[in-house]
Ligand binder design. Structure first.
Ligand SMILES: C[S@@+](CC[C@H](N)C(=O)[O-])C[C@H]1O[C@@H](n2cnc3c(N)ncnc32)[C@H](O)[C@@H]1O
Length: 252
């Protein structure tokens, strides 16, 4: 049986695919009212905010149900400017997760060297990673070894990481993804919150960053992505470009 599985289906159907024993869910869900990922029935595009939250609620609830007792869920999300005001998506996500039964344990900040210039706001230079656990207490490795470009040192424990954003997305010119997070960021999270052979779930795969990180770090993987055309090819290309063997991945 393959260690790495992809379902080109909505992650709202997670249970239908018999996912179980997940140790870590890590993801950046689709933005609300911002990007078109060119897939029919995608979450967040051309739908109102409540529908967006309700559909995500189903994915988080599925995640809770398929997770081990000591599982951890990490969501990368940001605020959004809407009608001259800021919409606090992270707060709404936290409320949803707590309603499901997750404990809200930490906020982690991804500081990017390059921010997104905004017309009527300050330049946006960071993103949240919200950290939740299924049990009251969370087990994590407190010491990990990585190099922080900004501090020019090896901080072992911090809730801010400075990691450069990869510009121009990935893939060939005609196959790019507009919203990726860096592989080395995810690899650090895997190192902290999982052990070798643990199962990692990614409900919104995009270009396949979490899959690549799992293949590099010997973690099992199950992922969902709705765009089964451009992004299917993109994930394949992305895996190969990291010198990894795509034939090890079972595509459903
Ligand atoms: C923000 S992107 C994820 C990017 C990813 N973190 C990466 O590094 O490439 C969100 C992804 O969710 C996908 N998506 C949208 N609705 C979905 C759904 N219902 N089920 C599964 N994937 C969906 C989009 O096609 C898009 O690729």
């Amino acid at each position: 049986m393959s260690q790495y599985k992809i379902f080109f289906d909505t992650s709202e159907n997670m249970k239908k695919h018999k996912v179980k024993d997940v140790k870590l869910m890590i993801t950046s869900p689709p933005y609300w009212d911002l990007k078109d990922y060119e897939a029919e029935n995608q979450i967040g595009y051309n739908e109102d905010y409540d529908t967006y939250l309700n559909r995500l609620y189903k994915v988080w609830k599925n995640t809770f149900d398929v997770m081990q007792k000591d599982g951890v869920a990490i969501i990368n999300i940001n605020t959004k400017s809407f009608k001259s005001s800021l919409k606090l998506l992270p707060n709404d996500f936290i409320k949803q997760m707590q309603k499901i039964g997750f404990y809200f344990k930490d906020v982690h900040y991804w500081h990017k060297s390059s921010g997104i210039p905004a017309k009527n706001n300050l330049k946006d230079n960071f993103e949240y990673f919200l950290i939740f656990s299924k049990s009251k207490n969370i087990n994590f490795k407190k010491e990990i070894d990585f190099f922080d470009y900004k501090l020019n040192s090896r901080p072992s424990r911090s809730n801010i990481w400075n990691v450069n954003k990869k510009f121009g997305s990935v893939g060939k010119k005609f196959m790019i993804h507009p919203a990726i997070f860096p592989v080395n960021y995810i690899s650090r999270m895997l190192e902290i919150f999982t052990n070798v052979n643990d199962l990692v779930l990614e409900p919104f795969m995009g270009s396949g960053t979490t899959l690549i990180s799992c293949m590099q770090n010997n973690r099992k993987f199950v992922g969902f992505e709705l765009n089964n055309k451009e992004y299917k090819e993109l994930i394949k290309e992305n895996v190969k470009s990291h010198d990894l063997d795509f034939s090890l991945v079972k595509v459903n």
